[in-house]
Design a binder for this molecule. Sequence first.
Ligand SMILES: [Mn+2]
Length: 323
Amino acid sequence: MPSNSLQQVVRAIEDRDNFLLSAHISPEGDCIASALALDSLLGKIRKKSFVLCEDKIPEQLYFLDNGRWNTLKSNPSLLYSFDNSIVVDCPALDRIGKVKDVIETRKTFLINIDHHISNKNFGDINFVDSGAAATGELIYDLFQAFRVPLADDDLRNIYVSLSTDTGSFRYSNTTAKTHEIVADLLRHGLKTDKLNEQLYDSVPRRKVDLFRIFLARLEFDENGSIASAILRDEDLKATGCAKIDLEGFVEYLRSIIEVQVSFLICQQGVDSRISFRSKGSFDVNKLAGLFGGGGHAKAAGCTIHAPVEKAKKLILEQVRKLK
Ligand SMILES: [Mn+2]
């Protein structure tokens, strides 16, 4: 089903009373903040809602936790009755992990709110806009459509979503609308200094330790236009890091002047999870798509069912073909 209009989404929400909200596994700024902001909006229009995700909020973003983020482990979700689900920031339904089973068992009406160009339009209602810098932009649109004023938490959540998905308003997905939304948040009293410190100037020591290993593994191919690194489960273990600690690593590779395509391969048991970044005209969404993944033109990911070294070989082959 193609994307629906804002009005159709508003109607779909108005017509229904209770919602399970979910977001992707390994949650980051946009999906966490979008889910929490949407939960807040639904409460304010007197709907019942319940956030349920496979993973907990990572430590760096604990400050967003308002006690409304439930995980499959922490919560007896099955006691909660709901007829509808809203999935945010997920290009495909598999991205919510095991919560997919919960939704499918209940045969709920499904609303898909997202901005990934690779979105599969898996919902009964699909509010998908690949021109939006972050899913948080679409949640902001919903606040406007329902004429619900943004409380302090909502201001903060929308900002976190926009700021994190645009690399602090640096990436090409940043639009005039992104800045207009931020201007509106500021007019409503958002304070950004402390927030930016929490988001960007709070690097734990363990992450620096992992970054050292990552730099030692850095390799260049194709005359330095491709940069990649491999990290293994044991590297994360040795430094006490989790997947979220990898945030920013692959972007660092892309920031190297000569580099057009960068990727980070992270061992995931017997499989490999890959994050791609690019600049210029190279489309990593297309590249990730060859391996069953996707995302955006300049930032995408996939899982390859092969060990890390083999995965790297397979990727390099495809990058050379696409270049
Ligand atoms: Mn996003």
